[in-house]
Design a protein around this ligand. Structure first.
Ligand code: NAD
Length: 517
C-alpha cells in the first residue's frame, strides 16, 4: 500500500511518493534515498533524498546570500506576517491528508495526528503571525550619557539560523524551529529527522507558494552526527535551535561553542505528576494516563513519574490499571485507536530494555510489561502500556527518560517529600499537581523546578505561554509572548544632538578641547 501523494512537494520515484531536499527555493534530489517506514506496518510510506555535508553547505550558502541581500529581513513585518497567513490558509485545506501521512510516518493514532500533526501547527502559525504584527521591532531608548542625545533600541535578525527537529512531533516542532526565526527576519536551514521528514518539506512548499523568497528557508534531511553536526559547526550559522535528547543537546552545545553561536535547546524530561490526597480521583486517574501515554509515551514533557500519597496509593493504582484495560492499542489509522506504535526497532528495543531493567531493580509490573500479541501485532513496533509500582527515585526507570509507554509509580508520605522527589532529577521540563484545592496545588506548583506546571491537567502546551526546560531540560523558551526575542538581537543606536564637543567625553583622551570655531 502506498500513501496518498500530496499535490505539492512529493514526486513519484520508483512507484513510491518521494520527497527531495529543498535548497535555495528548488527541489534537489540525491542518489541516496532513505525509506520512511510506517512503524505500525513496516511498510515504506514515502522515500526521501538523503543529504550529505555538501548539501548542508549549499543550504547555508543560500541562506547566507538571502540574508545578506536583505530581501527578507527588509520585508516589513506585516508582509512577513501575511506570508504566514497564506501558509495557514493553504495548510487548512490539507489537514486530513497530512493527518494520515503523519499517522503513517510517526505511528501515532490518527486522532492525535490530526490534532498535533496539523492542528497545533495551524494554531502556532497563527500565534507567530500575530506576534510578527504586534512585536516592538524598534523603540526609543533613554537619553544616553551626559549630552543631549536620542537613542533607539532595535530588534534585528541574527542571520542564518539552524533548526534541528526530532522524530516524535516532527510537524509542530518544524514550525517552532522555522517560523519564529523567519518571522524575525532571519533565514533558516532546517534539518529534519530522516525517519519523519514529510511535514517540514510540505511546509517548505507552502512557504514558497506563499511568497517566501528563495533561500530564506532550506530543508535538509539526514543523519544527526554527520548532517546535523556539520550544520551546528558551520561558521556561517549564527544560531542553533535544537530539539532532541539531552545527550545530543550537550553535543550541540559543545559543537556550537567553536563559533560562539546562540543556542536554544529543548531537551528531555522525566516529568513528576503529583497527585495530592484530596484530588478528584476520576480526573486524576484519566489525567495520569494521558500524562504518560500520549504518543505511546514518546513526548518529552510526559508525566512518567506518578507520585501518589500512601493514603490513596492502592486504590489509585487499582483504578488506573482498570482504566488502562479500556484503551485500544492498534492501527494508527483506525479512529478508535488510543495507542499506536513506537517509532522503530531501536526505540522498541530501548523501551523493552528499560522494562527489563525495572524488573531487575525490584519494581513490580502491575500492567503490561511486554509486547502485545495477536492479530495486527505481527508487524511493526509495539509495546504494551506498562505500569511499575514500588519504584524508588534512585531506580533507573525513575531517573532516565524511557520515551515509551512506561509509568513509574512512587509512593510518598508528605507533601514536602513529594516536592523533594519531584525535584530530585536533572530534568525540569514539565510537571503536574492534582488537587481539589487550587490554592494548595498552587503552593506545590510554585516549588516544582520545571518550565511548565499544570494543575489538574497535563500536556496543556499553549501557544500563548512560554515552553522550555529548567536544568538539563534545556535553555531558552519557545512559544509565548516573547518567542521572537529568542530569534532577534538587540542593537542600540545613539545620535548626539548636542553639537557641543566640549560636553562630550573626548576630554578623557584628548585633554582640553580646542576653542569653538
Ligand atoms: P536525538 O537527540 O537523537 O535527535 C534529535 C535530532 O537531532 C534529530 O534530527 C537528529 O538527527 C539530530 N542529531 C543527532 N545527533 C546530532 C548531532 N551530533 N548534531 C546535530 N544534530 C544531531 O533525539 P530524538 O531521539 O530524535 O528525539 C527524542 C528526544 O527529543 C527525547 O529525549 C525527547 O525528550 C526530546 N524532545 C524534547 C522536546 C522539548 O521540547 N523539550 C520535544 C520533543 C522531543
Amino acid at each position: 500500500m502506498t500513501a496518498t501523494l500530496p499535490e505539492t512537494a512529493a514526486v513519484d520515484r520508483d512507484g513510491v511518493p518521494h520527497y527531495r531536499l529543498f535548497i535555495d527555493g528548488a527541489w534537489v534530489d540525491t542518489d541516496t534515498v532513505i525509506p520512511v517506514i510506517d512503524p505500525a506496518t513496516e511498510e515504506v510510506v514515502v522515500t526521501v533524498a538523503q543529504a550529505d555535508t555538501s548539501h548542508v553547505d549549499a543550504a547555508v550558502a543560500a541562506a547566507k546570500r538571502t540574508h545578506e541581500s536583505g530581501v527578507w529581513r527588509n520585508t516589513p513585518p506585516a508582509e512577513r506576517a501575511a506570508v504566514i497567513d497564506r501558509v495557514i490558509a493553504a495548510l487548512s485545506g490539507k489537514m486530513d491528508e497530512l493527518a494520515v501521512l503523519s499517522a503513517r510516518e510517526t505511528g501515532m493514532p490518527v486522532r492525535l495526528a490530526g490534532a498535533i500533526g496539523v492542528g497545533f501547527p495551524l494554531m502556532h502559525l497563527g500565534h507567530y503571525a500575530e506576534l510578527t504584527r504586534t512585536y516592538e521591532w524598534e523603540r526609543s531608548g533613554p537619553v544616553a550619557g551626559q549630552v543631549l542625545s536620542a537613542s533607539f533600541i532595535r530588534k534585528e535578525p541574527v542571520g542564518v539560523c539552524a533548526g534541528i527537529v526530532p522524530w516524535n512531533f516532527p510537524a509542530v516542532i518544524a514550525v517552532w524551529k522555522s517560523i519564529p526565526a523567519l518571522a524575525a527576519g532571519n533565514t533558516v536551514v532546517l534539518k529534519t529527522d530522516e525517519k519523519t521528514p514529510i511535514f517540514a518539506l510540505e511546509l517548505a512548499q507552502l512557504l514558497k507558494e506563499a511568497g517566501l523568497p528563495d533561500g530564506a528557508l532550506n530543508v535538509v534531511v539526514g543523519d544527526g552526527p554527520t548532517v546535523g553536526g556539520h550544520l551546528v559547526k558551520h561558521p556561517d550559522v549564527r544560531l542553533v535551535s535544537f530539539t532532541g535528547s539531552t545527550a545530543t543537546g550537550r553535543q550541540v552545545m559543545a559543537d556550537a561553542a567553536g563559533t560562539v553561536k546562540r543556542v536554544l535547546l529543548e531537551l528531555g524530561g522525566k516529568g513528576p505528576n503529583i497527585v495530592l490526597d484530596d484530588a478528584d480521583l476520576t480526573a486524576a486517574v484519566d489525567g495520569s494516563i494521558y500524562a504518560f501515554l500520549l504518543h505511546a509515551g514518546q513526548a518529552c514533557e510526559s508525566g512518567t513519574r506518578l507520585l501518589l500519597p500512601a493514603s490513596i496509593h492502592d486504590e489509585f493504582v487499582a483504578r488506573l490499571v482498570e482504566r488502562l484495560k479500556t484503551l485500544k492499542i492498534g492501527s494508527p489509522l483506525d479512529p478508535a485507536t488510543d495507542i499506536g506504535a513506537v517509532m522503530n526497532k531501536a526505540q522498541h528495543e530501548r523501551i523493552l530494555g528499560y522494562i527489563e531493567k525495572g524488573k531487575a531493580e525490584g519494581a513490580t509490573v502491575v500492567a503490561g510489561g511486554g509486547v502485545p500479541t495477536g492479530a495486527g501485532f505481527d508487524k511493526g513496533y509495539w509495546v504494551e502500556p506498562t505500569v511499575f509500582t514500588g519504584v524508588t527515585n534512585d531506580m533507573t526507570i525513575a531517573r532516565e527518560e524511557i520515551f515509551g509507554p512506561v509509568l513509574s509509580v512512587l509512593k510518598y508520605e508528605s507533601e514536602d517529600e513529594a516536592i523533594k522527589i519531584a525535584n530530585d532529577t536533572e530534568y525540569g521540563l514539565a510537571a503536574a499537581v492534582w488537587s481539589r484545592d487550587n490554592q494548595r496545588a498552587l503552593e506545590v506548583a510554585r516549588q516544582i523546578e520545571a518550565g511548565s506546571v499544570w494543575i489538574n491537567d497535563y500536556h496543556n502546551i499553549s501557544q500563548y505561554l512560554p515552553f522550555g526546560g529548567f536544568k538539563q531540560s534545556g535553555t531558552g523558551r519557545e512559544l509565548g509572548p516573547d518567542a521572537l526575542n529568542e530569534f532577534t538581537q538587540d542593537k542600540s543606536i545613539t545620535i548626539d544632538l548636542s553639537g557641543d564637543v566640549s560636553r562630550r567625553a573626548y576630554g578623557l583622551v584628548l585633554g582640553t578641547p580646542p576653542a569653538a570655531e
